[in-house]
Design a protein around this ligand. Structure first.
Ligand SMILES: [Zn+2]
Length: 812
């Protein structure tokens, strides 16, 4: 066997290593492949070509050749390749036109040069690429958009093992001798939209290098651009603005319960269609490069129930029927002027369900949202919730062009750990199997500092580009490449996150720590059990000790942010779903230690420019101020009365208490048992209390429950004022058992808790008159419902008078 053939059997990583050993680099290692535990998860599969030497002793042996009339993408591809090969080898890789090529020179050809000859190339579509080696020369060719650039980055990442994990620092080789055995290949991505919707993925250079195609990322047209929307997301209010039309033409809008409202449009009204067509055309003329325009329902329910709309929607079983007809008509109306544009429409909330017979035409894209699935069950795959999986299969069965809007983060606590790696991995594969042509994974999109956001962006960019890649391999590639010398403890940490899902996903509901909605609280069971935070912090500390260079230190510290956030939340407090601060600070807490944790959290977050903790307006300074206020607040300023531990209790096995008004002030409970405990099912608890007259001058009187097992509706003086339940919290039952809650008994703060539009709880109207009476008897009644053998009101209940607009500390 000749040496040359033997060499061909070596892996690319080995070749690279050999080259490095041969010539001790002066710079410190920034090379994933120099970490012996790093594995190239992107390694191309297939037969390697004969090794070629691109540079020797810091001198290039190849020139980069473009066509004589290169496209702007050829120029970009050539300059990127020259730039990075130069960084890797310190050599100058000259770019020339092909007519300047000297005979006998070795070359890397970019794009459709004459050098390619009459070679038959596979269909590369818009973004596919091919890498060809012939007679020691390389050819990088690609589809119409970003194809040649994708070829260059496929070579740099997959064959050479270079990485652009984050938007700041490349992780590339530094060698003066570069020999590589490439795998000749071609590849065309199956997804047209590949969108890890994270702040960290919005940088155009990062997106170009990691080959995402995300509509909102501003990759310039001369680099090949992205599949862009002229209008993205909910659009009815923009198409037919209610402020312009509602007063004169209420018939343009939804008829709901016999009344015209501006919730949605009346999609069978011909004037509405004409206004929408004009609006769509006008916007497309302003954005000639856009390929999609969203004609989509508003972010609420309230679909039109007029006779014309009902005539279509009722037999079709969904308001998506009139919506799809409307979109088909708009698509037809614009096709002559805008042949490349498709009308995209959200299948969201009520319109998730596909119509029975009406079909979207080929110029309509259905952007199917996983809202009803992911908001409730983010730790199940999309096939495991009946409602969504039947919608997915339904749209697929009628041949719709679908793209997916998926949700992958806790939108109320961007930094909180989210053990959903396996879920997203499987979902991507499932969604593609059911015909998805685009996938958007909406995460911490407003700010850096989302949990593992850099890693998620990278891993998912790769998975969306090539769904056959395995998430666990990608995670390993990332951890050992990105965290460098500190990788080992970080890998243990990510295995711990991985295991949480492995352990839980098959468990029955009452033992599953991951049965919760996407907006779960940072003191949920899995974050507290198995000493999760202690172990996580120990591993992060170990990683911090191992990190040597400033880049690795910064990366390790950023990875620590979610753990710090969970710890601070659990020991100081956090803002809940409804905007109320939930104190967790106990009287005996070590405030000095917590202040140090908070300082650390703030310091790291500021280095990273974190602006958001939750979705919505920028809130970072506010959140920090709240936490600091809680830490420095003196509990002595609170006036506290403890209610009786022995309530009047009566079990209600047939659940007649509500209809018989067991909550009424005048109800006679004198024969009820004195206890705070209950058995399984519904039990009512009552007691009477007096609020001192001098509390009238205090701004708020809170009622604090240390916990109720499990669901509670609280009545005050005969009126329902609070509900703590699975439906109002999106929390699992097991997590409600020990969860404290409080509300303002003066009625001055209601947080809109039971009328949250997203979850659509039926709720109840809050009383208009003052809730509590001073210096006279008040009645509190609690309807408790437990699924366990025993439950009830677990722990003391306090009345707390204060001028604070939220409780900074626990009163117990
Ligand atoms: Zn209508």
């Amino acid at each position: 066997m000749e040496p040359g053939q033997k060499m061909m059997r070596l892996t690319c990583a080995m070749l690279v290593t050999l080259a490095i050993i041969g010539n001790c680099p002066a710079q410190p290692s920034r090379t994933p492949s120099q970490n012996p535990e790093w594995r190239n998860a992107l390694k191309p599969r297939g037969r390697k070509a004969e090794p070629i030497t691109l540079a020797t002793n810091g001198k290039s042996r190849y020139v980069i050749v473009t066509p004589d009339n290169p496209t702007s993408q050829d120029i970009k591809a050539a300059s990127e390749l020259s730039h990075w090969l130069g960084k890797i080898t310190s050599a100058n890789f000259q770019i020339i036109r092909e007519s300047e090529l000297a005979p006998g020179s070795r070359f890397i050809s970019i794009g459709s040069t004459q050098l390619l000859g009459n070679r038959q190339l596979p269909d590369l579509g818009d973004e596919g690429y091919a890498i060809i080696q012939e007679s020691g020369n390389l050819f990088f060719v690609g589809g119409r958009r970003r194809g040649p650039i994708n070829a260059v980055y496929a070579f740099l990442e997959e064959d050479l093992g270079c990485r652009w994990y984050d938007r700041y620092e490349p992780d590339i080789l530094h060698v003066r001798d570069l020999t590589v055995a490439i795998v000749p290949r071609s590849y065309k991505p199956v997804l047209h939209i590949r969108d890890p919707f994270y702040w960290d993925a919005f940088d155009p250079d990062w997106a170009l290098r990691n080959r995402t195609n995300a509509p909102l990322v501003k990759i310039p047209e001369e680099w090949g651009g992205v599949t862009d929307y002229a209008w993205f997301g909910h659009s009815f209010d923009w198409l037919v603005p209610p402020e312009k039309y509602f007063s004169e033409h209420p018939e343009y809008f939804s008829l709901v319960n016999g009344k015209r409202t501006a919730s949605q449009l009346c999609l069978t009204n011909p004037d509405v269609l004409n206004i929408a067509i004009d609006k769509v055309k006008a916007l497309l003329r302003e954005h000639p490069n856009c390929e999609l325009i969203s004609v989509s329902q508003n972010d609420c329910a309230g679909y039109c129930e007029c006779a014309n709309c009902k005539k279509i929607d009722d037999p079709e079983g969904t308001p998506a029927a009139t919506l799809i007809m409307f979109c088909n008509k708009i698509a037809d109306a614009i096709k002559d002027e805008f042949p490349n544009v498709k009308v995209s429409t959200l299948a969201y909330m009520g319109t998730v369900k596909p119509p029975k017979t009406i079909r979207p035409n080929e110029r309509v894209v259905v952007q199917l949202c996983t809202d009803r699935h992911a908001w409730k069950r983010p730790f199940l795959t999309v096939l495991e919730t009946e409602q969504f999986s039947s919608a997915l299969k339904g749209w697929h069965a009628i041949g719709a062009n679908t793209t997916i809007w998926h949700y992958t983060v806790n939108f109320h606590h961007y930094p909180v750990p989210m053990p959903n790696w396996q879920v997203v991995d499987r979902d991507i594969e499932i969604l593609i199997r059911y015909g998805a042509k685009g996938i958007m994974l909406q995460g911490a999109y407003q700010s850096p500092g989302g949990e593992s956001a850099v890693m998620r962006s990278w891993v998912w960019a790769k998975k969306l580009w090539d769904p056959s890649l395995k998430t666990i391999d990608l995670m390993r590639d990332f951890v050992f490449g990105y965290f460098r010398e500190a990788a080992k403890p970080m890998w243990k940490y990510y295995q711990m996150i991985w295991d949480i899902w492995e352990r839980n996903h098959k468990r029955p509901t009452d033992q599953n720590q991951l049965i919760c909605g996407i907006r779960y609280y940072p003191d949920i069971v899995f974050l507290q059990k198995q000493n999760y935070l202690d172990e996580a912090l120990r591993l992060m500390d170990e990683a911090r000790r191992l990190a040597k260079d400033p880049i690795t230190i910064r990366r390790v510290e950023l990875a620590r942010l979610p753990i710090l956030y969970a710890q601070i939340s659990q020991e100081i407090g956090f803002v809940d779903y409804y905007g109320a601060f939930q104190p967790r600070l106990r009287a005996d807490a070590d405030r000095k230690r917590l202040a140090t944790l908070l300082d650390d959290f703030e310091r790291i977050a500021k280095i990273e420019n974190v602006t958001h903790i939750r979705e919505g307006a920028a809130d970072f300074p506010k959140r920090i101020a709240e936490l600091r206020h809680a830490l420095t607040f003196s509990p002595d300023t609170l006036q506290i009365i403890k209610l009786e531990d022995a309530w009047r209790a009566k079990s209600d096995p047939t659940d007649v208490g509500t209809s018989q008004q067991w909550y009424a002030s005048s109800f006679d409970d004198s024969t009820w048992t004195r206890t705070s405990k209950s058995g399984k099912g519904v039990t009512w608890f009552r007691q009477r209390f007096v609020v001192p007259e001098e509390w009238r001058s205090r701004k708020h009187v809170y009622i604090w429950f240390s916990g109720v097992s499990e669901e509670a509706i609280v009545y005050l003086n005969g009126k329902p004022v609070w509900e703590q339940s699975v439906r109002t919290t999106a929390m699992p039952r097991m997590d409600l058992r020990s969860r404290p809650f409080y509300f303002d008994a003066t009625g001055r703060t209601t947080y809109e808790r039971n009328r949250h539009p997203l979850l659509g709880f039926p709720g109840f109207e809050f009383p208009k008159e003052p809730w509590i009476q001073y210096d006279t008897e008040n009645t509190i009644a609690v309807r408790v419902n437990t699924s366990l053998g025993s439950g009830g009101i677990s722990g003391p209940v306090y009345l707390v008078a204060t001028d604070e607009d939220w409780l900074p500390v626990r009163p117990d």
